[in-house]
Design a protein around this ligand. Structure first.
Ligand SMILES: [Zn+2]
Length: 186
């Protein structure tokens, strides 16, 4: 049975939407080094899904009385907390299907409800002030992100857990750019 919790993830992305790791395997190795991830879930697969590492809970803080977090798969159960790393050739927008919010225009700061109708692959026309701005410049209010590189932590409901500053600092050290986060539900 699916619950809403099964469908949501926390994502970490570089603040610079055109940032790409020069050496992907080196990046993975660094995430392993800081104890954020451990072994690859399916070594035969070309995807980049990893079990959480021994220091995962130093890096991600669960709010309030957190439910029992499942870090290992049950048989037949794909819904457990793990880390999925995506890197694409061109920047993409991951936007929450549920609890989505109208992004705020960088120019007039107003919410743009019709953004999806006025969007190209790289920019959005604001229907309030009639300015074109890059998708990455819009304020997605933590319910969408535009990037080449995404660290997805699955099975986290919006605001159920947050990245600790120490993780954002370590990611900045590893990559030389600032990192931000958002939530998305399928
Ligand atoms: Zn505007």
């Amino acid at each position: 049975m699916n619950s809403a919790f099964d469908q949501c993830s926390l994502y970490l992305i570089p603040g610079q939407h055109d940032y790409k790791t020069k050496e992907f395997s080196h990046f993975i190795h660094k995430l392993w080094d800081i104890g954020f991830i451990s072994q690859k879930i399916d070594t035969q697969s070309t995807d980049n899904r990893y079990l959480t590492g021994s220091r995962f809970l130093d890096h991600i803080a669960y709010m309030g009385c957190s439910p029992a977090i499942q870090f290992v798969p049950n048989k037949d159960d794909e819904n457990f907390c793990h880390v999925n790393i995506h890197q694409y050739d061109s920047a993409r927008l991951i936007v929450s299907k549920k609890q989505s919010r109208a992004p705020h225009c960088p120019s007039c700061k107003k919410p743009v409800k019709n953004w999806n109708e006025n969007k190209t692959s790289t920019s959005i026309l604001c229907d309030q002030c009639h300015t074109h701005s890059s998708i990455g410049e819009f304020n997605w209010r933590k319910m969408a992100g535009y990037a080449l590189l995404f660290i997805e932590i699955t099975d986290i409901f919006p605001k159920e857990a947050m990245p600790q500053q120490i993780l954002l600092d370590k990611l900045a050290d590893i990559t030389g750019v600032e990192w931000v986060y958002f939530y998305s539900c399928r």
